[in-house]
Design a protein around this ligand. Structure first.
Ligand code: PLP
Length: 453
């Protein structure tokens, strides 16, 4: 029996891949994870854009211990807690204008599910029960629970579950400069054209039936750090206002400081009706997601039925909230957003210098410490590699064997073809660590694709 086979036979975990047991991670230290054999990996993607404070932060660890010994759990039908109240106060204190209430859940999918249901019930509370249709975007990812998966436009992730998707959902094209802007358009013209697709879809469905529009402010996992074009979200906001459609921004991956501002939508100059965050909220110390909604939305519930028909056992978990409070205080108190801006600029410049002229790197894009490269077989035509080549997986494996963790994904173009590699280092990353990430990724690209010259 090979080592791999004996590992599969002895593990009782239902791992992601039935034929593969991952290495065991032993401990983490700042931006590094150390495996069972003592090999060190620079975590250039925070797992999946999660570990924004790095590993082993003593203040967060202390906050978890303190809360766990004081009160680990109290059901929210009986009690609220200081941890949850203080975290909500902090989140609202610098939230986009108009957001006033926070609903805590355990992760990004639950948060999206909550947001969709909140929008749905809001319309019932305000006398519009016919508003139930969800509009989202192709090539987006909103999570793996059925509602979130239905809103998501990732064909590969949806395929197995098409028969059980939420029926009243439709998708418009994303705002994607690299592949969808015409040569005769400025970025501004394209931004408006892409946004106007929403209006066309609302009119097609019937404005009186549309509940909400859901979008990632900067598209993460599925497209690889694609920021919106100038004016796109301002026009989206206008269209939502015109037709009474709620705007839900999914900042599960791109939010909580990742792009250099606390919320990615700040850079667009707009506020959503509902903002969804997770990942960086608890920085991986705890699983936690949150839904921030406007005062207007909350009032509709308060003056209507009085209760949101929703809820989970672990809503507002005190230990999770105490950990996230320590994380969020650290981000603000240690001025880590300026580090995201400075290191983000260095990461981008480094990627451009190392890979910008590589013939198989079609695009380098992103914001702050949220940067990606898109790989192409031909830079002129932007043709993708065949899906069977699994170029992204090869690069990920080459990077990992050299001690670098990167987030690699296929299906960039349409859920099948296309490859990108995403980097999302901790906000605490040093200049030296950024250099190692750049040279490590460039080395992995060259290992798999050659120098291209
Ligand atoms: N929304 C976005 C934008 C995401 O990137 C993800 C996860 O990658 C989710 C939602 C789902 O979050 P979770 O995996 O925590 O359920």
């Amino acid at each position: 029996m090979t080592d791999a086979h004996s590992a599969i036979a002895t593990s009782h975990i239902f791992h992601r891949s039935a034929g593969h047991v991952p290495l065991r991670a032993r401990f983490g230290e700042g931006a590094w994870i150390v495996d069972q054999s003592g090999k060190r990996y620079l975590d250039a993607c925070g797992g999946a854009a999660v570990s924004c404070l790095g590993h082993g932060d003593p203040e967060v660890v202390a906050a978890i211990g303190q809360q766990a010994s004081q009160l680990a759990y109290a059901h929210t039908s009986f009690f609220t807690t200081d941890a949850a109240e203080d975290l909500a106060d902090l989140l609202i204190s610098d939230a986009p204008a108009g957001l006033d209430r926070v609903y805590f859940v355990c992760d990004g999918s639950e948060a999206i599910e909550t947001a969709l249901k909140m929008a749905h019930q809001y319309h019932r509370e305000t006398g519009h029960p016919e508003r139930h249709h969800i509009i989202a975007r192709e090539q987006s990812y909103h999570g793996n629970t059925l509602g979130a998966l239905s809103a998501g436009g990732n064909a590969w992730r949806r395929a197995t579950y098409e028969t059980v998707m939420v029926p009243s959902t439709s998708h418009i094209a994303p705002c994607w400069d690299y592949r969808l802007r015409r040569d005769d358009e400025t970025v501004e013209e394209y931004g408006l054209r892409a946004a106007d697709l929403l209006e066309a879809e609302i009119l097609r469905v019937g404005p009186e039936k549309v509940s909400c529009f859901v979008a990632e402010t900067v598209v993460g996992a599925t497209l690889g750090c694609v920021p919106p074009m100038p004016g796109y979200f301002a026009r989206i906001r206008e269209i939502c206002n015109r037709y009474g459609v709620l705007l839900i921004l999914d900042e599960v991956m791109c939010g909580m400081g990742r792009t250099g501002t606390m919320h990615a939508c700040e850079q667009e100059g707009i506020s959503p009706d509902i903002l969804v965050v997770a990942k960086g909220l608890g920085a991986g110390y705890v699983p936690l997601g949150a839904v921030l909604c406007s005062q207007d939305m909350f009032s509709a519930f308060a003056q209507g039925s009085g209760a949101f028909m929703h809820g989970h056992t672990f809503v507002g978990h005190p230990v999770a909230c105490a950990a996230a409070l320590a994380v969020q205080r650290a981000i603000r108190g240690r001025e880590l957003l300026s580090n995201v801006q400075v290191r983000g600029a260095a990461l981008r410049a480094g990627l451009e210098a190392a890979l910008g002229s590589h013939p198989q790197v079609g695009d380098i894009r992103g914001r702050g410490l949220f940067q990606a490269i898109e790989l192409v077989a031909n830079r002129e035509t932007k043709a993708c590699f065949g899906p069977a080549q699994r170029i992204h997986a090869e690069i990920r494996a080459a990077a990992m064997s050299s001690g670098l963790l990167v987030y690699a994904m296929g299906g960039t173009l349409d859920g099948r073809a296309g490859d990108h590699i995403l980097l999302a280092p901790p906000y605490t990353a040093t200049s030296n660590e950024i250099d190692i990430m750049v040279s490590g990724l460039a080395g992995a690209v060259r290992t798999v694709l050659g120098t291209g010259h």
